[in-house]
Design a protein. Sequence first.
Length: 162
Amino acid sequence: MTTDPTPVLKHPSACTVDELDAFRALVRANGQARTGRVPESELLAFLHNSDGQLIAVGALKNPDPDYRLRVFTTYAGLTTAADSWPVYEVGFFSIARDWQGQGLGRRILQALVNEMPHAPLFATTRTPGMVHLLEEQGFAAVGKRWVTAPGQAPLALYIREV
């Protein structure tokens, strides 16, 4: 594998327009999420190969309160108080197709978690690979699963308590 040893972590305000555009483009290329809120993220992770090509990204997102309410109560059916929910969401994970299966998602997730070792975090996913990575980092599934569109696998809410 010819990648830099660790992802580069940046607050979106420290990123150039080109960096933000490249981040969004990689997320959209894999259809992982809408990218409009990338600039509101807490932290972005970029991983480049030795040629400088962006091959993997991820983020600690700052989801708005309405979204958190929908995820935790409406979708996952949790009854815990909102002030006990994690604030930051792990998301915007995307690996360039030619680089998948090489442990890059693990490196991105580890770097993000290391930046916030004492902060509870949450994520939603439907992909087995991401479930495995989240569980490796101490995330556990909570609540019920939900379907967002016919024919799609259900989403699950994962929380990492500290």
